[in-house]
Design a protein around this ligand. Structure first.
Ligand code: NAX
Length: 328
């Protein structure tokens, strides 16, 4: 039998945590033959810790055969000890009257502390996925706060945006999602992201020719995917949770187990590809193999796409400027 993998999850008593933990323990993320130990972090607050205990009681009550252990923490230094995978879901939500700048700063503090803790105690191969918003910039901060870990181990979640785009394209073309390949989302996890189906195929046939409608792309597809989070809040009264948890599972599963040559989207530190400055955490099309991701190279960037990429890059550059003084 395989040795258990340690999976740390922050914000474990939150909405996304409630959809995420059960699936990890069920083997959906790391495989049905891979035992897991859950190391769950919540804020040092009586209510949050009590709620976490409640979630853990329910996880116990599932009697998951793959669950080899589970612990509750209020300190990142113990929660991240020897972690093989760290899902950084907990973040400071925007409160009433809070400016974007305040939000960035509050989160910068959290992700500086957590980056340092990962640096100090996690496995040297820890795979980190930041879900908590602003996800790309939070991932950047954690990465910069963990100088002894490889920068490539820090990623941000664009997969929900990718999956949203996939489902919209499937609906538009009338093809099953499973037939669609070579889709990607560039940039920031925010409404400025650029979902791109110019290279996509359905059953091997070009999707762009099937749709053949640039107005639909610009006026329907991009805003629908970009504003999907807001549409969910409007409909449900709560932000996306199960779909976000599902995307986190997809992201880590593909990273660890490989995509077999298929494209997916990950928010990763740029290596300079496509003119994105090094270390900016940016959504790129990637394939994964043996636990490593590789950016798809050589894609043509037309004028419209360049404009969209510049827009989302500008936002990320501004976010980075906004927290620069807080970085170690
Ligand atoms: P909830 O508010 O339900 O849960 C967050 C939990 O995190 C709370 O229980 C809170 O106590 C905990 N927390 C806060 N700071 C913490 C810290 N420093 N250490 C440990 N725990 C901490 O939010 P939820 O709906 O679960 O969303 C979590 C985050 O995901 C939010 O930042 C949200 O904006 C973000 N999202 C990101 C998405 C993405 O695609 N990247 C999509 C979904 C989601 O909106």
């Amino acid at each position: 039998a395989k040795a258990p993998m340690r999976v740390a999850v922050t914000g474990a008593a939150g909405q996304i945590g409630y959809s995420l933990l059960f699936r990890i323990a069920n083997g959906d993320m790391l495989g049905k033959d891979q035992p897991v130990i859950l190391q769950l972090l919540e804020i040092n607050d009586e209510k949050a810790q009590k709620a976490l205990k409640g979630v853990m009681m329910e996880i116990d009550d599932c009697a998951f055969p793959l669950l080899a252990g589970m612990t509750a923490h209020s300190d990142a230094m113990t929660a991240f000890k020897d972690a093989d995978v760290a899902l950084l879901v907990g973040a400071r939500p925007r409160g009433p009257g809070m400016e974007r700048k305040d939000l960035l700063e509050a989160n910068a503090q959290i992700f500086t502390v957590q980056g340092k803790a990962l640096d100090a105690v996690a496995s040297r191969n820890v795979k980190v996925l930041v879900v908590g918003n602003p996800a790309n910039t939070n991932a950047h901060i954690a990465m910069k706060s963990a100088p002894s870990l490889p920068a490539k181990n820090f990623t941000a979640m664009l997969r929900l945006d990718h999956n949203r785009a996939l489902s919209q394209i499937a609906a538009k073309t009338g093809k099953p999602v499973s037939s669609i390949e070579k889709l990607c989302v560039w940039g920031n996890h925010s409404p400025t992201m650029y979902p791109d189906y110019r290279f996509a195929t359905a059953d091997g046939q070009p999707v762009k020719a099937m749709i053949n409608d640039d107005i639909w792309n610009k006026d329907v597809f991009l805003p629908t995917v970009g504003k999907r989070g807001a549409a969910i809040i409007d409909a449900r009264g709560l932000s996306s949770a199960a779909s976000a948890a599902n995307a986190a599972i997809d992201h880590v599963r593909d990273w660890v187990l490989g995509t077999n040559g298929k494209w997916t989207t990950m928010g990763i530190p740029s290596d300079g590809s496509y003119g994105i400055p090094k270390d900016i955490i940016f959504g790129f099309p990637v394939t994964t193999e043996n636990g490593e991701y590789k950016i798809i190279q050589g894609l043509e960037i037309d004028a419209f796409s360049q404009e969209r990429i510049n827009l989302t890059l500008k936002e990320l550059t501004e976010e980075r400027e906004g927290i620069k003084h807080l970085l170690p």
